[in-house]
Design a protein around this ligand. Sequence first.
Ligand code: ATP
Ligand code: ZN
Length: 219
Amino acid sequence: MIQTQARIKVAIQKNGRLTEHCLELLQQCGLKYSRGRDQLIGYGENMPVDILLVRDDDIPGLVRDDVCDLGICGFNVLEEKRLAFASKGISKPFKLLQKLDYGQCRLAFAYPEGSNLSDASQLNGETIATSYPRIVEDYLKRHKLKASVVEFSGAVEIAPSLGRAQVICDLVSTGATLAANRLVEGETILQSVACLVQTPIDIPPEKTEWVNRLVERIA
Ligand code: ATP
Ligand code: ZN
């Protein structure tokens, strides 16, 4: 392990759809790392770069707080957290460096099969279940719609059958999950892909060479 210089920290998803793609990308950048079973840090052996494995939802905050120099997560998560930071008066919580070529999905409304709802213009007075309440509220505001938003941290697609909401707004890639839950896809409100972000804080000089090198290799 190279320990003479300041080490770069890159946050990626610990266990999920982006994990393998992120690890593969870092390996393609030439990074060799060691990671024990269940360890949340992968230590770079041939570069002063360590990998932090965390929940994707924590990545924007870790980057914004400069705990990590770089992070990779879905644009959907970045946008939801950006709106949350903005509501607290914090602008530019991270620098979006690059969209990557994996993690493609869309955030879309979906309506129960046979429902009298099939279009976002009909959402006035309805309740929408989603894991992305700020993005949905922002959409409603921009389209001058008055609907309630109820937050689900997962399994959003069961909300209509529970009677908790008439409509959902959830991530879709193939549409198979929607179909299995008898939901019909509607308008897309956000297109997403995995993105590389950097802390908004200036990178200290002892780290810039490796941050730049890594960013260039990812590009
Ligand atoms: P964590 O435990 O890290 O919070 P999670 O359940 O929020 O995990 P995953 O389901 O692993 O997250 O999805 C991670 C990211 O993968 C999403 O935020 C999104 O950017 C992307 N993604 C691509 N396709 C899909 C899809 N069909 N459904 C959900 N996410 C998708
Ligand atoms: Zn998550």
